[in-house]
Design a protein around this ligand. Structure first.
Ligand SMILES: NC(=O)c1ccc[n+]([C@@H]2O[C@H](COP(=O)([O-])OP(=O)(O)OC[C@H]3O[C@@H](n4cnc5c(N)ncnc54)[C@H](O)[C@@H]3O)[C@@H](O)[C@H]2O)c1
Length: 271
C-alpha cells in the first residue's frame, strides 16, 4: 500500500467502519484529554480541539483510533459550526463535550476587566456557542451534549466568584436547554458534570494563592481518570438528561427537574 493510500485509509476509516464521531473542546491537556481518551476507548472517532493547536494534535496522536485535531478558540461562534461539520463528514456526530475552560482566582472587584471577560467568554459563551452548533448538527440524527460544569455550579465559592458564576451559568443553561429540547421533541440528550477540584494545571496554577483555598477544601483532589470515568459510566450510559456532581469518592446525581422544583439551598461550604 502506498503512503498516500495508507493516509487515506486512516482518514476515511471512521465513516467506512460506521464509527460515530465525538468532539471534545479544550482537550489538549487535563480533563479534556482524558475524556477524549475514554471516548476513543468507547469506539468514538474523536475530534480534539484546543486553543493550543499543537497540544490538540499531540492528544489526537496519542489517542490514535481515528482521533484527529484542530485548533479552535471556543470564543469564536463560527468555529463550532465548522468543527461540527467536519465531525459529521467523518462519521455521524453522536457526542459533543464542551470542556474548555479557564480559571482565575481573586476577589471579584480586583480582577482586571479582561480577566473577567475571558472567564465569561470562554466558560459561558464558548459553551453556549458549542451547544448551539452541536444541537444544530445533531437535531436530525440525535446525539448527546455534555457540558463540563463544576461543584461551584451548585455551591458558593468565595475567592472564585466570577468563575463560580460562569459555572452556575453552565449548569443553568444545560438544565433549561434539556427542557427546550424535550419540548421540541429533538432526540438530543444533555448532561452536565459538576466535579470538585481535579488535579490538573488549572488548579495546580493557583495552589498557594490565598483566594484559592476553597479549591483545596476537599480531603483530596480528584484525578482526571476518576472524572472521565464518571462521564463514561455515569453520564453516557444513562438515558435521560441529568447532572452529576463528583466529589471525594462520591458521585451525586443532581436531578434537574427535582432541582428546579425544590430549589434547594446550596450546601454549606467548608472554608
Ligand atoms: N480542575 C478542576 O479542579 C476543575 C473542577 C471542576 C470543573 N473543571 C472544568 O473542567 C474543564 C477542564 O479543566 P481542566 O482542569 O482540565 O483545565 P486545564 O487548564 O488543564 O485545561 C483546559 C484546556 O482548555 C483549553 N482552553 C482554554 N481556553 C480556551 C479557548 N478559548 N478555546 C479553546 N480551548 C481553550 C486550554 O488550552 C487547556 O488545554 C474546565 O471547563 C474546568 O472549568 C475543572
Amino acid at each position: 500500500m502506498l503512503v498516500e493510500e495508507l493516509l487515506l485509509f486512516r482518514l476515511d476509516a471512521p465513516k467506512e467502519l460506521g464509527m460515530k464521531t465525538a468532539v471534545v473542546t479544550g482537550a489538549g491537556k487535563g480533563l479534556g484529554r482524558e475524556i477524549a481518551k475514554g471516548l476513543a476507548k468507547k469506539g468514538f472517532a474523536v475530534l480534539v480541539t484546543d486553543i493550543d493547536g499543537e497540544a490538540a494534535r499531540l492528544t489526537a496522536e496519542t489517542i490514535g483510533a481515528g482521533a484527529w485535531s484542530t485548533q479552535q478558540d471556543v470564543r469564536d461562534p463560527a468555529s463550532h459550526h465548522t468543527i461540527a461539520r467536519a465531525a459529521n463528514e467523518r462519521g455521524a456526530l453522536g457526542l459533543w463535550v464542551n470542556n474548555a475552560g479557564v480559571l482565575h482566582t481573586g476577589n471579584a472587584w480586583d480582577h482586571r476587566d479582561e480577566v473577567v471577560r475571558e472567564m465569561i467568554e470562554v466558560n459561558v459563551l464558548g459553551m453556549i456557542w458549542g451547544s448551539r452548533a452541536a444541537v444544530d448538527a445533531m437535531r436530525a440524527q440525535g446525539g448527546h451534549l455534555i457540558n463540563i460544569a463544576s461543584l461551584s455550579s451548585i455551591t458558593p465559592v468565595p475567592g472564585l466568584a466570577i468563575y463560580g458564576a460562569t459555572k452556575q451559568a453552565v449548569l443553568g443553561f444545560t438544565i433549561s436547554l434539556a427542557g427546550d429540547l424535550e419540548r421540541a421533541a429533538l432526540p438530543i440528550k444533555v448532561s452536565a458534570v459538576c466535579p470538585d477540584g481535579i488535579d490538573t494545571d488549572m488548579v495546580r496554577n493557583v495552589r498557594g494563592s490565598k483566594e484559592a483555598g476553597i479549591v483545596f477544601a476537599a480531603p483530596k483532589l480528584l484525578t482526571v481518570e476518576e472524572v472521565a470515568d464518571v462521564l463514561s459510566l455515569g453520564v453516557l450510559d444513562v438515558a435521560e438528561p441529568h447532572a452529576l456532581a463528583a466529589h471525594g469518592d462520591q458521585v451525586e446525581r443532581v436531578d434537574p427537574p427535582a432541582r428546579a422544583a425544590a430549589r434547594p439551598l446550596p450546601p454549606r461550604v467548608r472554608l
